[in-house]
Design a protein around this ligand. Structure first.
Ligand SMILES: Nc1ncnc2c1ncn2[C@@H]1O[C@H](COP(=O)(O)OP(=O)(O)O)[C@@H](O)[C@H]1O
Ligand SMILES: [Mg+2]
Length: 274
């Protein structure tokens, strides 16, 4: 990203912003962020910066708060009765919970893909066109182009180019999951959240998604919850180990897996609990 020469056009998208400049687009910052469901404290005082143009993996035993951390980033927990939070959560310096932050706009900037692929029972085309249409992109060549671009970025175009008018539900599980990724990408998000996106898929479909995430991180912030430690090690740049709602360790993936600093991290990655 960014041009090595020519006029200085380095805006907020520059990954090498000079000191004092706005952070690169797609930067997420948690500052003393806690979250509750009724009396349950799901997250305790999280401090974490998630960098753009990288894959960050969230790992930890079931119930440790991975999904809550992920879902905070596009305010999906807002819909849960009894959900509350404290502390700050910033996207590119904007307060995610500010009154002026429209959750539907936020959810376009921060796309989400779930474990169970969730295509709408409509055509392949309509699934991907859904967001752009909501934004007023009606029909015609521009919409066609947006849909094709999103499907290409999701590495699905070649498989569905002749099936755009078929129901999305006729696609295989792996294709449906890539369709959900394409649907998110059609909104041109800054951040893509994925909650155990491959746990219902076979190994070859899983591999395709992993390769795709590795590719997409060139121009997106990717946050991946996975219970597959090999997957975290393969595709992520940084890994965050959560335990009991707290960050135990956050580091470059290679360092975290080869030289964990905390005994609990070591116990978890060597399979002694989880
Ligand atoms: N909708 C909810 N209502 C009540 N408690 C919840 C809800 N979602 C999560 N929790 C609780 O919050 C804690 C963290 O859950 P979660 O973030 O889903 O963990 P993980 O994704 O790591 O398995 C757990 O104690 C869980 O029971
Ligand atoms: Mg979860």
């Amino acid at each position: 990203m960014g041009s090595p020469s020519g006029p200085t056009t380095a805006g907020p998208t520059s990954a090498n912003a000079p000191d004092g400049a706005a952070p690169a687009l797609g930067t997420v910052q948690f500052e003393g962020f806690s979250a509750w469901f009724g009396k349950i404290t799901a997250l305790h005082e999280i401090d974490l910066t998630i960098a753009p143009q990288s894959v960050t993996a969230l790992i930890g035993p079931s119930g440790c708060g991975k999904s809550t951390l992920l879902r905070s980033m596009n305010r999906l927990n807002d819909r849960v009765p009894g959900a509350a939070h404290r502390g700050r959560l910033l996207l590119d310096g904007d307060d995610v919970f500010a009154r002026t932050m429209d959750p539907s706009v936020l959810r376009q900037r921060v796309g989400m893909v779930f474990q169970r692929s969730t295509p709408f029972p409509r055509t392949v085309f309509d699934n991907v066109a859904y967001g752009p249409r909501l934004n007023g992109l009606a029909r015609g060549t521009t919409l066609d182009h947006v849909v094709e671009t999103a499907l290409r970025r999701a590495a699905l175009w070649e498989e569905v180019r002749d099936r755009l008018r078929e129901s999305a539900l006729t696609l295989s599980g792996g294709q449906q999951q890539r369709l959900c990724i394409a649907r998110a990408l059609a909104n041109e998000p800054e951040v893509l959240l994925l909650d155990e996106p491959t746990s219902a898929l076979d190994p070859s479909a899983t591999q395709r998604i992993e390769e795709l995430l590795y590719e997409l991180r060139r121009d997106l912030t990717i946050v991946l919850v996975t219970h597959n430690l090999h997957q975290a090690a393969r595709v992520s740049d940084r890994t965050v180990f959560l335990f009991d709602g707290r960050i135990v360790e956050s580091n470059q993936t290679r360092a975290l897996f080869t030289a964990p600093r905390d005994a609990r991290t070591e116990a978890f990655i060597t399979g002694r609990f989880g």
